[in-house]
Write a protein that binds this ligand. Structure first.
Ligand code: AMP
Ligand code: MG
Length: 413
């Protein structure tokens, strides 16, 4: 029997992204609760930021022309704290002013208080300015950050701390975001037990449940968890039917090899349609992609993505394929992780015919150290490691070579 050719990582990703249609539903959420969500529409500022000329220093607001001598003594005519509006500045006077306060009409510079000396007597306060300010000195101009009418955040932006702050800075109290993807998960394997249960002989704990759920939470998904499903065609089909009802996407772990105990393929074939992909990637060769019918034809289908059972394989395939797919469902355009060119401080003398993703950590010398055990079940490699070296098929690495490095920070969120 001829084996079908293996897909490259890029080919598999292209197939997935071509299929991913952005979810059409939009909801308005409080800006305070919009972390990690994706904007459904361009956000336009109706304000200048800052909204008024203001001082970036504590000091005295003056007319620069009144201080041209470099040693002017001026009466202090008023005091303007942040949030208060001063009176127009009379020529030949200075206004005490505090960071963030609005520049009074007539003033065109601020002298920082370190350059001044204050005297008080029965006539009031006078300040000596030992400095020749330039017009505009220490003034933050209205609109220097944002102009009214400009798009501050385009549709498809994922909201992080700084995007939420920017939206709030122009007064946006709510934001239109794409609804959360609904993702159903289950975990195949007769050997699986849950932490809290005692391990029977031959059993292992269902670590993938914890890894995959955390990954999905990071991407803003709503999760329906159907737990552990035994290795039987019946049970797998029944769970698929339930999982498809209210979800956009079903994700499973295990059972995607071609052994007698691997029931994902026949089960999804019976309940929908499935492509089994062999991807030239290590870890994570098998990946199943398809769809599962909902109860009635009018209800459509849920996407299906079946990940391998080995813990590192399932984590890496999620990072490479599922993460971009879910981001695209939410309307994110740029789904590729940030990649860095880094120096390998290790040798990798055996070329593989698959594209390998090696767990490595950053060292103090600015290079990468390889985790010694690259087994697809060795979760420690992902905990000790800071990311993945993307090593193309057929390539060896010699100490000192530059390699492509994908930090976990850009693969987990
Ligand atoms: P499978 O893909 O079902 O052939 O499983 C491959 C390997 O991954 C086997 O050693 C399984 O015991 C292990 N495995 C499968 N599912 C899980 C899981 N949910 N958590 C941890 N290990 C798993
Ligand atoms: Mg299995």
């Amino acid at each position: 029997m001829n084996k079908p050719p293996m897909l490259t990582v890029q080919q598999a990703l292209d197939f997935l992204l071509a299929a991913a249609r952005p979810l059409p539903d939009v909801e308005n959420v409080d800006t305070l609760h919009a972390n990690n969500r994706v904007l459904a529409a361009d956000q336009v500022s109706t304000l200048d930021v800052p909204p008024m000329d203001n001082t970036s220093m504590d000091g005295y607001a003056v007319r620069a022309a009144d201080c041209a001598s470099g040693q002017a003594t001026l009466p202090v005519s008023q005091r303007i704290p942040a949030g208060h509006v001063g009176a127009p500045l009379q020529p030949g006077t200075a206004a005490r002013i505090f960071t963030g306060a609005m520049i009074p009409a007539g003033a065109d510079a601020v002298v920082m208080q370190e350059m001044t000396a204050l005297q008080k007597d029965e006539h009031g306060e006078r300040v000596t300015i030992r400095h020749q300010p330039q017009s505009g000195e220490w003034i933050r101009r209205a609109g220097e950050d944002i102009h009214s009418g400009s798009v501050i955040l385009p549709a498809g932006t994922r909201l992080r701390a700084q995007e939420m702050g920017l939206a709030a800075s122009v007064g946006l109290a709510t934001l239109p975001v794409v609804r959360r993807p609904r993702v159903a998960v289950f975990f195949t394997g007769d050997e699986l037990a849950m932490p809290g249960e005692s391990l029977k002989p031959g059993a292992i704990y269902n670590s993938n449940r914890f890894t995959l759920r955390a990954l999905l939470e990071n991407l803003g998904c709503e999760i329906a968890d159907f737990g552990i499903v035994p290795d039987s065609l019946q049970a797998t089909r029944a769970t698929l039917r339930r999982a498809a009802q209210d979800s956009d996407l079903i994700i499973t772990s295990g059972g995607v090899s071609v052994g007698e105990e691997d029931h994902i393929k026949p089960a999804v074939d019976a309940e929908g349609r499935l492509d089994m992909w062999q991807i030239a990637v290590k870890p994570g060769k098998p990946l199943a992609f398809g769809e599962v019918r909902r109860g009635k034809p009018a209800d459509g289908v849920a996407w299906f993505l079946g990940l391998p059972g080995n813990p590192v394989s399932s984590l890496v395939t999620f990072m490479l394929f599922v993460r971009p797919f879910i981001l695209r469902l939410q309307g994110v355009e740029k789904v590729a992780p940030h990649a860095y060119t880094m120096r390998a401080d290790f040798d990798w003398p055996r070329a593989d015919r698959r594209n390998e993703f090696l767990r490595a950590s950053l060292n103090e010398a600015g290079g990468l150290d390889l985790f010694p055990n690259q087994g697809s079940g060795v979760l420690t490699s992902t905990v000790q490691g800071d990311g993945l070296v993307d090593n193309p098929a057929g390539k060896t690495i010699a100490r000192g070579d530059m390699v492509r490095f994908l930090p976990f920070t850009s693969l987990l969120y």
